[in-house]
Design a protein around this ligand. Sequence first.
Ligand code: HEM
Length: 332
Amino acid sequence: MQKIFRYPVPAHAHHNPLFSMGSLLMVLFVVQALTGSLMAFYYDPSPDGAYSSVDYMQFILPFGWLVRGVHHWAASAMVVIVVLHLLRTYLYGAYKKPRELTWLVGVVLLLITVSFGFTGYLLPWDQKGYWATQVGTEIAGSVPAIGSALRNLMRGGEDMGIATLTRFYSVHMLFLPGAFMVIVLGHLALMRRHGLAPALVRRGHGPEKTVPFYPTHLAIEAGIALVVIIGLVVAANLVPAPLDLRADPTDTTFVPRPDWYFLFYFQLLTYFPGGLEAIGTVAIPLFFFGSLVLLPFVDRRAERRPWRKPITSSAFVLYAVAVIVLTIRGSG
Ligand code: HEM
């Protein structure tokens, strides 16, 4: 036990809150598992019952609004924090040898995190969730050759209905959490094996000072987690989790809108109409995730300082600017 929890943490990581984002993600996952399990007591995963059960939790069940609100805000927080964690590991060159596999496992965790958002959005079976999922599954349908099989697999048939909701629910509350837990354990084992990336600029001579993870560094991580959890409760109080009108599959005038973190992608798709669709639905996402996967194998120099890596640093800035601009345009 001593060996597991009293391992040395480099002083630069102890003093930099960005190094606590990985642990914060795990805390947020636990928050999601707890609030999600509480909601599962009342949630009815059928097109007839889903909306009424969520409406009941939000407006009648004592503290239902709080549990649902924390789940809603923690989902957004996870997306923000996973991006911060990715940026930190990028900035410290933590994707380089010997941590290539830690980075790749991280890319899988990034996919799982956004999949939680995608599958959860449909569950209230309200207008916005229903129509955004129509578009999301249509996007899968536009993949050349395997598109319609993929779309039918997601929907459980040609159209959206009870099979879609059951599939999204079981993926959201069983498959993704199970995969997340197993894969995070692998991520942590790799992190322990290779240690954290060293400071970018070394001050002084000799080995860097360290602090024990337990209790010194853990105290900082627990403090950050506590502040974030209080923030989630305050957010749930100030801005309740949204619930649109009950889904109406006959209402073809509804303009589909995803959650904020998919807005950039919906906006991107508007630039590739008709025959160009596959560029937005397949080529650009493949290029984006492909570049994340290939990064450790393309940028192989030992240099880790971002200001000495103009090509990868400019690519990161370009991605960030593109996502921000598209999100702003998509929300207008
Ligand atoms: C939601 C999912 C994730 C969880 C729970 C998680 C958890 C962690 C934890 C606890 C650490 C050690 C402490 C720290 O650096 O914060 C870590 C390190 C690391 N993570 Fe993640 N992570 C996740 C996603 C990602 C993503 C998306 C990437 C990148 C694509 C990534 C890449 C890395 C790398 C390369 C390290 C080693 C850092 C170093 O040596 O300095 N992780 N992760």
